[in-house]
Design a binder for this molecule. Structure first.
Ligand SMILES: *Cc1c(COP(=O)(O)O)cnc(C)c1O
Length: 378
């Protein structure tokens, strides 16, 4: 059996090697490392895939969030609502720009931001909502868009974990994660569902004027060379990464299907185990399983993690500490007991290996070992 990893990028590379090597050497041969033709081509191909009017690539998913908020003209003191159960980048960029992050609980079943929580958090100072499509399925976008419309708020979808997921509106229309709100952001960090071989990110929007602002701000605030209209940043996807992403984008749907197959195997293997809660699915979204996260009851999560480790099975806790308890954010003034749902999730969640190269014997070994652990508790 091949060694089990959380994400097996090496085996994936070996499968795609001729195309990836070609892509890399073509960039080196042309030596157009920055703003080479591959960047525009990739943006066009991703735009097509997503069915969105504009894709602006940038340096990483964190920059994508920051640039989007700068482009929307959000100002210090503005309140931005997001979830307490996410990767720090979502909160960090809000705080970095001097705005006030207002965090709300996730739904304990789907892990996505609670719409009721958002509704309660809106004040006269609220300017934007950042739903995160956590672990690969979309937050409840139609309700979030309605709340935003009623209160004149921007919606920035953090779609870093949901590349290729579909949101299904009540009337059956489908849109890709990140293309529904005012803007959507993503990350091409290597382990993401659409990952490159370094850092990368992008912003999506159907608003052409906003797209032009985003493009400018990502490039030092200039549209015409050496003329600066805005205070910007330097954030770009390099040509090597763009060419690698062009190869991988062609496989994204099959990558996501492979992850869904892994999830289906886990689901059925754990269905008889009362101490494991399998990940609940959103009613209105496909799930592309950036993570497959179970909840472990009875305080056994850490012991299970240790047991798996002893059997050479990696697992990860996303996320181990609620954001409101992080030292850097103590100035927000939240109390320890303000977020019981997040606090409980941080104690119970465990993400199991899920990637595009998993084999049946690996999956069987993982699920057998998990079930054996719970047998031993009896
Ligand atoms: C990965 C991730 C980011 C940040 O992306 P980087 O490319 O690492 O900057 C932002 N938000 C979420 C939810 C993520 O998972």
């Amino acid at each position: 059996m091949r060694e089990i990893q959380m994400v097996d990028l090496k085996t994936q590379y070996e499968r795609l090697k001729p195309d990836i090597d070609n892509a890399i050497f073509s960039v080196i041969n042309a030596s157009s490392f920055i703003r080479g033709p591959g960047v525009k081509l990739f943006e066009g191909e991703l735009r097509e895939y997503l069915g969105v009017r504009n894709v602006v690539s940038c340096g990483n998913g964190t920059d994508a969030l920051q640039i989007t908020m700068m482009s929307l003209g959000l100002k210090p003191g503005d309140e931005v609502i997001t979830t307490n159960f996410t990767f720090i980048a979502t909160l960090e960029t809000v705080a970095l720009l001097g705005m006030k992050p207002v965090i709300v609980e996730p739904d304990p079943g789907t892990f996505n931001i609670s719409v009721e929580g958002i509704a309660r958090a809106i004040t006269g100072k609220t300017r934007a909502i950042i739903p995160v499509h956590l672990f690969g399925q979309c937050a409840r976008m139609d309700e979030i868009m309605k709340l935003a419309a009623d209160n004149k708020l921007f919606v920035i979808e953090d779609a870093a974990q949901a590349a290729g997921a579909d949101y299904i509106f009540p009337d059956g229309t489908r849109k890709k994660a990140g293309t529904i709100g005012t803007a959507g952001t993503t990350s091409f960090f290597p382990s993401k569902n659409l990952g490159c071989y370094g850092d990368g990110g992008a912003v999506f929007t159907n608003d052409d004027e906003l797209a032009s602002k985003i493009r400018s701000i990502a490039n030092h605030g200039m549209k015409v060379k050496y003329h600066y209209n805005d205070i910007g940043v330097n954030s770009r996807l390099d040509t090597l990464q763009a060419e690698i992403l062009r190869v991988k984008l062609k496989h994204l749907d099959s990558f996501n299907r492979a992850r869904q197959d892994v999830a289906a195997f886990y689901d059925s293997s754990f269905s008889g185990c009362s101490q494991i809660e399998i990940p609940e699915r959103e009613d209105n979204s496909t799930h592309i399983f950036h993570q497959y996260s179970i909840k472990v009851r009875n305080g056994l999560r850490d012991e299970l993690k240790k047991y798996l480790q002893e059997h050479n099975i990696p697992s990860m806790v996303y996320y181990p500490g609620p954001l409101h308890m992080q030292k850097a954010y103590s100035y927000l003034g939240y109390g320890e007991n303000d977020f019981p749902v997040t606090t409980r999730l941080c104690r119970e969640v465990l993400s199991l290996p899920v990637h595009t190269e998993m084999e049946h014997d690996q999956l069987k070994y993982i699920t057998d070992t998990v079930l054996e652990f719970f047998e031993k508790q009896k």
